[in-house]
Design a protein around this ligand. Structure first.
Ligand code: ZN
Ligand code: ZN
Length: 317
């Protein structure tokens, strides 16, 4: 987020002479060893240690050095012939350069572990299916029909609750609010978090680059947190009746009127619900009304049962 990038200039890469062992020669300005005159090996360049950096003032970057195909010394990107041996530089390859971090070696063992884990999971899934979900066909007798019917009961009353001011229900009453922290926002502190990176330009220099990101702090955002009351119909325990046989009925006793005016303490009827059960060979299935009506008591039906436990799969009815 909002990274600022700034060049801090070019500096000499260093190398050690492979011939006489002289250390810390300058890769840009000393193409040959200052002690013995041996040519530089560009593949051995390295970044200087802290405090040893040598600035290259007014540096014009022209491109990565190339290896002379004949004598292997590093040559500037614009040269046409090697300054060491005179060979033509057409198609000469770039020097390697120092990479930030080498990629970690790949591990073959990991693939085997992944493969073994996948095989293990597949075996486990199959085992669970075989033990608990496998089914077989069976012919069973319906022994009886049962039903349950319920009518909801609602009472008009007061409910107390809390909410942010912009989320209050329209009919909220007795609203009292106080300030409270609702969220936070990020605010720039004006300070930055910076680090420097060194990029090998492969021409005997590296560029030092400063990368900065702004530092933020969290600031509380306050809003009105309100206590309020609403009047509404709320559900009490429904009135239920249950029975056997194929003629279900609705409850008739202890019911409030179907409709009532919205006055505190008044009651009215709510939602109607019904469930239907079939008893089969000592087990019980809750089924849709259409399925319940389709069968009669004493009828033989083809169903799926769990191979392991003999439990009826009710959806197969
Ligand atoms: Zn040397
Ligand atoms: Zn050459």
């Amino acid at each position: 987020m909002g990274e600022r990038i700034e060049s801090e200039g070019h500096y000499e890469m260093l190398y050690d002479c492979e011939h006489c062992g002289t250390k810390r020669l300058l890769a840009k300005s000393q193409r040959h060893c200052a002690e013995c005159g041996a040519p530089q090996n560009p593949d051995k360049r390295y970044f200087p240690a802290e405090g040893e950096a040598q600035r290259v003032d007014g540096h014009q970057y022209e491109g990565a050095d190339r290896h002379c195909p004949s004598c292997n010394t590093p040559q500037g990107a614009k040269g046409k012939n090697c300054t060491q041996c005179g060979a033509a530089l057409d198609g000469a390859r770039e020097v390697k350069g120092v990479v930030a971090a080498p990629p970690p070696p790949k591990k073959r063992r990991r693939q085997w572990i992944v493969l073994a884990v996948v095989a293990g999971i597949a075996l486990l899934v199959f085992g669970i299916w075989f033990a608990f979900f496998r089914t077989k066909a069976a012919e069973l007798v319906i022994s009886s029909h049962r039903w349950e019917r319920a009518i909801g009961v609602e009472e008009y009353g007061e409910k107390h609750d809390d909410a942010w001011r912009d989320q209050l229900p329209e009919d909220a009453r007795d609203v009292t609010c106080q300030q409270k922290k609702r969220s936070t926002r990020k605010v720039e502190t004006g300070e930055e978090d910076c680090h420097t990176e060194r990029h090998d330009k492969k021409d005997g220099t590296y560029e030092q680059i400063k990368k900065c990101t702004p530092i933020y702090r969290e600031e509380a955002v306050e809003d009105d947190w309100c206590r309020y009351t609403v009047r509404q119909w709320r559900a009490l325990d429904p009135i239920k009746i249950t029975g056997g046989g194929r003629s279900p009925a609705w409850p008739t006793e202890g019911l409030p009127p179907p409709q009532s005016p919205p006055v505190l303490g008044m009651r009215r009827q709510g939602k109607r619900t019904e469930t239907f059960m079939l008893d089969i060979a000592g087990q019980s299935c809750e089924v849709p009304a259409a399925t319940w009506n389709k069968y009669s008591d004493g009828q033989k039906v083809k169903v799926e049962v769990r191979a392991s436990s003999g439990k009826i799969v009710c959806d197969s009815l």
